[in-house]
Design a binder for this molecule. Sequence first.
Ligand code: PHE
Length: 348
Amino acid sequence: MTSATASPDDAGGVPDPRAALESALREIAETADPAALEAVRLRHLGRKGTLARLTARLRELPPERRPEYGRAVNEFKERVAAAADERMRALRPARPAAGHGFDWTLPGNWRGLGRRHPISRIVARTVEIFRTLGFTVAEGPDIETVRNNFDALNTPPDHPSRDPQDTFYLEDGRLLRCHTSPVQVRYMESHRPPVRIVAPGRCYRRDTPDATHSANFHQVEGLYVDRNVSLADLKGDLSYFAAQLMGPDVRVRFRPHFFPFTEPSVEVDFTCHVCRGRGCRVCKQSGWIEIAGAGLVHPNVFRAVGYDPAEVTGYAFGMGIERIAMILHGVPDIRMLYENDVRYLAEF
Ligand code: PHE
């Protein structure tokens, strides 16, 4: 009699591993859920299970029968374990393999916190500082009429800034505003004096881009109209602004200039924030940086918007935001503010 055909308890009371294997495989195939399968697996492969009993009997056999019996016990162990594993895979809901669907065992990706662009931050800070002086915010559209951008601002028909070489015109005769000054016109036409506004916004000029020029840039316009507003008010307010933005040791100077819409007109310089006025590459060794154009509102502008120049006076300024960003943060090239390399912007 060979063990392959023997009953589980053949002569000598030794259980038959092959018969035990067959019934174990049948039991495994019949399990309906992972818990039942685990119970069957333990009953056969566990510490007091079938495998343990089969192994214990090995010693009771005569030496000549042990090799064959041992092989059958090994086969029992391997095939029962393999069948239990396979059945478990069939009973468990399948986990998506890596690369297919969502693998919840992978650690998450930290994307980092966003931050505001330096241009937006300077605009917000500028508005905040002028708010403390009683200014409110006004806005106007990027696409403007020739009248608001030039005519109402006392700009003569032959003024070079009107040239299509310098200003972007649209097919319908309108244009992309080349400064924020048309917001002065819009605001005064819809409000009675006194006026105290700042107007941040985008401006467009046909400039060839280089380290200090961009075809698209930002200004903050300021307008203060009341009785007896003077250049001293302008200088005082801009000095306060400079000190608030950059620190108490920043100084402000006016240089005579010309704008059609102000009289007198000035260009406004701040002491260079990078070298504190000693002279460096950013300020071209002068110690000063041009920040704004400004002046007292021209009587013709008041007339154009329906204000009486005998009743009111006012100051206006237009500040270049990129200029401020460059000296505040030591940015050597205006284009770095537009390339938007987040690694560079994260430095601010
Ligand atoms: N609009 C002028 C410019 O863009 C600046 C300016 C504004 C000058 C207001 C005077 C008054 O250069």
